[in-house]
Design a protein around this ligand. Structure first.
Ligand SMILES: Cc1ncc(C[n+]2csc(CCOP(=O)(O)OP(=O)(O)O)c2C)c(N)n1
Ligand SMILES: [Mg+2]
Length: 279
């Protein structure tokens, strides 16, 4: 890799580490939230917001801005941390997360939070919303792209498959969906609840062009996003293989942590691993 590129990747890795620590702190101080689901998507959000999306705090109402939709809205702590670090929202608001009167609730609200494109939280709705936004972009002759981040358990929702079928029928090559493939849903593995494999083949059969990547590999993610659309006149799908809870060893891949708060001892271990002062 060229020197400038190495520096860029290193700087994004540092940002991801900072966002990861911010997410943990924010949720612990707020007293509740989805820590592992948020840690699963940190690198994806960092690459999108610092390298890929054509959006900025100055252009949040520009009709030509790219649209990012966090369809797995329960992971909004990661989105809030990135929005704050990019200047869309005040960093001081992060300490209000989940508290009475905050605008930063446990699921993101597009009517309250600058930079949030869709209110999500009920799984299976952000993606169809994104399909509508992509279709509108085509109909209006706009150049913007729509990028949607979904959970793998979320793919069990029926609305996902209707939207997938419709997007390919409309040849929406301005649309990209990333699936955060951490192989866990709320309290167990997908395989133990409702298996969704073979995931790539299902989406291909629905008319999508599919690629896979390690969802924590910043260089790999940049490469995939740079290659969009993967094929003209087809929507693109990126299956991002991830680890739920990435960065906190005792949470990694352990379903019970889906919506559980660490105790004092566990918090100390996590803070140490994340390189932050004890909370
Ligand atoms: C329609 C709907 N049903 C159930 C839930 C409750 N719920 C919140 S997170 C979650 C698990 C989702 O799994 P996945 O999409 O794989 O996301 P992950 O937690 O792995 O990031 C569930 C079932 C919900 N938010 N919306
Ligand atoms: Mg999952």
């Amino acid at each position: 890799m060229e020197g400038a590129n190495v520096n860029k990747i290193d700087s994004l890795i540092d940002k991801a580490q900072y966002i990861r620590a911010t997410v943990f702190k924010m949720i612990c101080e707020g007293g509740g939230g989805h820590i592992p689901a948020s840690l699963s998507i940190v690198e994806i959000l960092v690459v999108l917001y610092y390298e890929v999306l054509n959006i900025s705090p100055e252009t949040i109402s520009d009709p030509d801005r790219d649209r990012f939709i966090l369809s797995k809205g329960h992971a909004c702590a990661a989105l809030y941390a990135v929005l704050a670090n990019c200047g869309f929202i005040d960093k001081q608001w992060l300490s209000t997360f989940g508290k009475r009167g905050t605008i930063l609730g446990g699921h993101p609200d597009m009517h309250k939070i600058p930079g949030v494109e869709a209110t999500t939280g009920a799984l299976g709705h952000g993606f169809p919303f994104g399909v509508g936004a992509a279709l509108a972009g085509k109909m209006d002759g706009r150049k913007y792209r729509v990028i949607v981040l979904m959970g793998d358990g979320e793919c069990q929702e029926g609305s996902v498959w209707e939207a997938a079928m419709f997007a390919s029928a409309m040849a929406l090559d301005n649309l990209c969906v990333i699936i955060d493939h951490n192989r866990l849903q709320a309290m167990d593995t997908l395989d133990n609840i409702v298996p969704i494999s073979p995931l790539a083949e299902k989406w291909q059969a629905f008319g999508w062009q599919v690629n896979e990547v390690d969802g924590h590999d910043i260089a790999g993610l940049i490469e995939k996003f740079t290659a969009l659309p993967f094929q003209a006149n087809k929507p693109s799908l990126i299956i991002a293989n991830t680890i739920k809870g990435k960065g906190v060893s005792f949470m990694e891949g352990v379903p019970i942590w889906h919506y559980r708060m660490p105790n004092g001892e566990e918090m100390a271990v996590a803070c140490n691993e994340l390189g932050i002062d004890p909370l």
